[in-house]
Design a protein around this ligand. Structure first.
Ligand SMILES: Cc1ncc(C[n+]2csc(CCOP(=O)(O)OP(=O)(O)O)c2C)c(N)n1
Length: 604
């Protein structure tokens, strides 16, 4: 449902960013999915007007957004923190070219690594590139700052980095909606000295980047995005983003300078605010603000008392101040009106592949082949865990094939070298490494786990899916043709539910001299539609308790406390079984049988 103006609505930070972009009349919105950024584009797609699309990867997303901006249309590119590493090449030089119409880059960082392979503080990218950095502290600011970021981008002819963290991205808050500000579309203005970064042109733009930073510094010193809450306390706190809420909660009486723009910094304003008081910097992740202020000669303390690892919590802030001899105020408990009652922690559950996940059997085959498996990032990374335990490396998106090439080159692998990569990841950044494998005649097998979707981040389409973000039909990249066109001679497509066929395909690929590709071709059982085929059950008395089926790691199969005729047996939970047949194929006793009288369940 499209939201109308002059209303206050509850929005998560990501939805608020989408609303801000919509109010700023964004024309082109691009991105690549990744927690905690994914919902921005999904929320933007609900509004009519803009061209909203998932791109093949973050660099392509930023290239498309930059092209649109050069063409005179406001554009936004969204990504998670590691996505900006992928887009960094473009990002760094966009600081030189500047923009046509407003260009905003959203980086949603994941301190604590709820769903990421590392934690990195992407504020440093703004300093690195020399571009302005906005850090919203709640949903209202997420909307307002996004909108303002387009204006700043145009006023100062610069891309703007909008950076926030998981709590802001996923926490809901009341947001007052605004009107949509229609934008003129001037079209592309040819200007090679600005847009063609030949060394001679780039050298000429370098001083422009620094001059712009100077102008931005004057702007920031005056900006209303810096809020000073002076309460006359003996200590002073400089903070930004979500940490502002935590400081207010823990020390309601302390004087706070809350930053909205964190690069460049309003150094003189902060110096005046600190005014010789004991000044604390409370910030999540690295000592980004602290180092900048120390560098400017403002004596502050921060990471001496507050953690630099993981997500900051109000408790961390309270403890930090307590260590510094300040406050000592406990956070209010639920009884004292401190919010939700503290619920008992849920028992830890190891993450597992879904029942019927088509990724399980290829990894069983790889393990049986004693392959050394360079893995990649996606749902299938869970194959590194028990019971599959069939992945030996996993570093960053798209690394698997290149790492397999290197492992093969090392001569140190103890078995056939294999790369295992999902379809979205292959299209994101696997293709160049496959070309490298071909050109270096690397003796590797590449297993492309094609489930038709970007499952890990919630089922977004990708260039092989055949749909657009808004669900319209689109041309789909054919992976077989793509691999053949790259020069791979041995390409085989196999049904991952057919255990025998998968084993044969892996064996043949391993025997092939040079790079070989095996593509598994079953759709994800959860997205875009839930696949629920006739479920299986265990025939009473037929199970011999061998537990072979437990090796699949299917959560529908349990080895619990079920006994039959004095023998402990497995059970299949028919309510979650998707009917993939894999356990029935594996069972040496023929103990798995389809449930009789089954009818398709809703969503099946
Ligand atoms: C550079 C980067 N961008 C985005 C992500 C978030 N992410 C992790 S895996 C993945 C794609 C998974 O899709 P696919 O390879 O098809 O595997 P599936 O989950 O469908 O099995 C994404 C988008 C990331 N970790 N790194």
């Amino acid at each position: 449902m499209e939201l109308t103006a002059a209303k206050r609505v509850l929005l998560a930070g990501n939805e608020a960013v989408a609303r801000g972009a919509h109010e700023a009349a964004v024309g082109v919105a691009t991105g690549y999915p990744g927690t905690p950024s994914t919902e921005v584009l999904e929320a933007l797609a609900v509004y009519q007007g803009a061209d909203v699309r998932w791109s093949a990867n973050e660099k392509v997303a930023l290239d498309v957004a930059a092209g649109a901006s050069f063409g005179g249309v406001r554009a936004i590119a969204t990504m998670k923190h590691v996505g900006l590493n992928v887009a960094a090449d473009t990002f760094m030089t966009l600081a030189y070219t500047g923009v046509g119409a407003g260009l905003v880059v959203v980086s949603a960082d994941d301190p604590g690594m709820h769903s990421s392979q590392n934690e990195q503080d992407n504020r440093v990218y703004a300093r690195f590139a020399g571009v302005p950095l906005l850090e919203p502290g709640d949903s209202q600011e997420a909307k307002d700052f996004t909108r303002l970021a387009f204006d700043i981008s145009e006023t100062f002819d610069t891309p703007v980095l909008l950076r926030y963290t998981t709590r802001i991205a996923h926490t809901r808050g009341l947001v007052e909606l605004g009107e949509i500000v229609e934008q003129p579309v001037p079209g592309f203005r040819r200007d090679p000295r600005k847009y063609v970064m030949l060394p001679a042109n780039a050298r000429a733009r370098r001083p422009a980047v620094l001059a712009r930073l100077d102008r931005l510094t004057w702007y920031v010193e005056e900006s209303a995005l810096t809020q000073v809450h002076e309460r006359g306390s003996e200590v002073a706190v400089v903070t930004s983003g979500i940490c502002y809420q935590y400081v207010r909660e823990v020390l309601p009486e302390v004087s706070i300078l809350k930053l909205g723009i964190t690069h460049p910094l309003p150094v003189e304003r902060i110096r005046a605010f600190a005014g010789g008081r004991r000044t604390f910097v409370v910030e999540e992740s690295g000592p980004f603000l602290e180092e900048a202020l120390l560098g400017a000669g403002i004596p502050v303390v921060g990471k001496e008392f507050f953690p630099r690892i993981g997500e900051m919590t109000p408790e961390d802030v309270r403890e930090g101040f307590a260590r510094a001899g300040i406050g000592g105020c406990a956070l209010p408990t639920a009884d004292e009106g401190g919010g939700q009652p503290v619920l008992p922690a849920a028992p830890p559950r190891p993450p597992v592949l879904c029942p019927g996940c088509p990724h399980a059997i290829p990894f069983m085959a790889l393990r049986q082949a004693r392959a050394v498996v360079a893995g990649d990032i996606g749902c299938y990374t869970l194959a590194a865990l028990a019971p599959l335990e069939a992945m030996d490396t996993c570093v960053a998106m798209g690394c698997s094939i290149g790492m397999a090439v290197g492992l093969a080159a090392s001569g140190g692998a103890t078995g056939p070298v294999t790369a295992a990569i999902g379809d979205s990841t292959f299209l994101h950044s696997g293709i160049p490494a496959l070309i490298e494998a071909v050109c270096s005649r690397a003796n590797i097998t590449v297993v492309i786990l094609d489930n038709g979707i970007t499952a890990m981040t919630g089922g977004q389409h990708h260039p092989g899916t055949g749909t657009t973000l808004r669900g319209a039909a689109a041309p789909a990249v054919d992976l077989v043709s793509l691999c053949r066109a790259a020069g791979v001679e041995h390409v085989e497509v196999v049904d991952p539910y057919d255990i025998g066929a998968v084993h044969t395909a892996v064996r043949q690929a391993n025997q092939f001299p040079g790079p070989a590709v095996v593509i598994t071709n079953r759709p994800c059982v959860e997205a875009p539609v839930k696949i629920r085929d006739r479920p299986y059950q265990v025939i009473p008395g037929a199970c011999i308790g061998c537990q072979l089926c437990m090796n699949i790691g299917c959560p529908s199969i349990t080895w619990g406390d079920t006994w039959y005729d004095g023998l402990r047996v497995v059970t299949v939970d028919a309510s979650t079984c998707t009917g993939c047949t894999v356990c029935a194929q594996m069972c040496p006793a023929g103990a798995m049988t389809p449930v009789a009288g089954w009818e398709a369940r809703p969503g099946g």
